[in-house]
Design a protein around this ligand. Structure first.
Ligand SMILES: C[S@@+](CC[C@H](N)C(=O)[O-])C[C@H]1O[C@@H](n2cnc3c(N)ncnc32)[C@H](O)[C@@H]1O
Length: 199
């Protein structure tokens, strides 16, 4: 459990080893949730950059944000190892997104973190402020299944059962921020992508 002030509960990075087993094709996930070549993208709560690195190969520019400077540094190293130079790294709270991102973007990605956000309307408003007209907010969430039923490498994984959100619950949390659910995509074995547009 992180002791950083403002850390979203249940969003620690996984212990080494099982993330690549669960997400063997991060670029395929990005394509499935509608991230396309040439977009300007924010990777919100980027962690150690498992999705950030393939994002830089697709996007025109990426802003990677994480509260934890150690994980942000790991993301920076992972991106630099690819040779990409189109990524900006920001150590800050996700709520500060609109103050820290320099210009409007086509897509904000939040993978494996929304379940822990205590003020989703505040976050949704911040996201809506940085989206270009027609922009999208893509949330990758664990399905609302008991944690015991989502093993990876032989052990139950992911956030506690009671933190997990269905697509409808996710949409209800963001509707007051003026974000409407546009598309849901399945991301087997245990996740879905919920893609929002400004209403
Ligand atoms: C489970 S990890 C997911 C990382 C990455 N999105 C992925 O799917 O590989 C969640 C990340 O959210 C970050 N985080 C937690 N609270 C945050 C906050 N208030 N603002 C920004 N990042 C936060 C954590 O430091 C962690 O790196």
């Amino acid at each position: 459990m992180s002791d950083l002030p403002g850390f979203f509960q249940g969003t620690e990075m996984p212990t080494a080893g099982w993330w690549p087993a669960l997400w063997p094709d991060p670029a395929g996930v990005l394509a499935a949730i509608g991230i396309a070549r040439g977009m300007d993208v924010v990777d919100l709560c980027c962690g150690d950059g498992w999705f950030t690195a393939p994002l830089t190969a697709i996007a025109r520019h990426v802003v990677a944000i994480d509260l934890d400077p150690a994980f942000l540094e790991a993301a920076r190293r992972r991106v630099m190892a690819t040779g990409a130079i189109n990524c900006t790294f920001i150590a800050d709270d996700a709520y500060k997104l609109a103050e820290r991102v320099p210009g409007p973007v086509d897509y904000v990605l939040m993978a494996n973190a929304f379940h822990g956000v205590p003020e989703p309307v505040r976050l949704g408003r911040a996201v809506a402020r940085v989206l270009k007209p027609g922009g999208r907010f893509g949330i990758v969430n664990w399905h609302k299944r008991p944690r015991d039923e989502t093993p990876v490498k032989g052990e139950p994984r992911g956030p506690r059962t009671e933190l997990r959100l269905s697509p409808d619950e996710t949409a209800a949390r963001l509707a007051p921020a003026g974000l409407r659910l546009a598309t849901i995509v399945e991301l087997p074995p245990y996740h879905y992508g919920a893609i929002f547009a400004a209403a």
